[in-house]
Write a protein that binds this ligand. Sequence first.
Ligand code: GLY
Ligand code: MN
Ligand code: MN
Length: 429
Amino acid sequence: MPDPTLLSLQRDHLSELQSRYETVLAEHGYDSVLIASGAAPYRYGDDQSWVFHGYGPFVHWTGLAGQEHSWLWFRPGRAPVLWLYQPVDFWHATPELPDEPWRAYFELHRRQRPEAPALTQPGRLAVIGDPALLAGVPGEHNPGPLLAALDETRVRKTGYELACLAEANRRALAGHRAARDAFAEGESEFGISLAYQRATRQREAEAPYHSIIGLNEHAGTLHYQFYDTRPPGRSRSLLIDAGVRYRGYCSDITRTTAGPGEGRFAALIHGLEQLQQRLCALVAPGVSYVEIHRKAHLGIAALLSASGLVRGLSEEDQVATGVTRAFFPHGIGHFLGIQVHDVAGRPVPPPADAPFLRLTRTLEPGMVVTIEPGLYFIPSLLQPLLDGPQGRHLDQTLLAELMGCGGIRIEDNVAVLASGAQNLTRGGL
Ligand code: GLY
Ligand code: MN
Ligand code: MN
């Protein structure tokens, strides 16, 4: 049983959610909303399904990210009704819910059937979830304005959500320590993945996203998705981007480690980490996240100059001419919560200078964001730069040396507080 403080925070979370949903339904003119947890589709032409992760609004209420074919019915002023799919099935296990106080908040039913339950007097009803599961279900399916408003209920995390995110960070950090040790022992990407899973006690299928574990050049593929089962001849670098899901909530942490004798690469990691910490320190209410992204580019330009990779171009010119974009092609981060790239980050599209930025909002208390600058040696991005007018400003010998280390990313999870912020990855909460 988790600590009683967390369980009491969960009661508060549910009361807060009740009030947020009541407001949203009143504003949008609905009497009730039925939420489908979802179900993993079968692979085409196969009797095996994809890995299941539950629909966000269902997890927001229940914390149950692995519960397929279940339904939650919300009506203002009433206890939410939760139908859990629990078939008698000798092929699969149907685990019982843990005996925790949050269950008492719901009117709980167990069902053998996966379809939507018949509702008594739903009034004007919205039904939300994977459209593939909603065919024939009475009610308005996934109305856009309502979905957007419900996404907004997930933006400012409750105290319970912050505590879950902090615990997801603590657990992932144990995995990152084990991964670093496995790297030092010369393990392969696959071996490092096993060390991470063992230390986090989490199957890869349950992780918030496929762990990114790249040695050497592989560290330069932003979302590298394979694991070599043999170690390279010489392990020069490790980039691991991996999280944990705890009671539905995700962590998303990246660490980069230099191998023995990689002094230049280690110095770059140190420089990027200092920049990353300065960027984390900018997180506060009222701050534009896009501006943090822009400051990251200026900081990377300074690092490129200090390391000698770029000479004779001011920081501003490096940004304006796309030099920093070639080394740091992704956004500075995103919202984090039930989804690793959590919802409602882009009410306005990103500006032209930050096309991949997933968060364009001004920060408010309760938001949780990642801060994840990177500096990569990606041949397909650097070659056009070398061939163009900026090429003469780049140190090609140094670039060629560092290319084999792939790249660096350092990523923490940061909660915006009433004033300032709390870094959940570095000992927060
Ligand atoms: N792990 C994916 C990301 O950092 O956004
Ligand atoms: Mn991230
Ligand atoms: Mn990440």
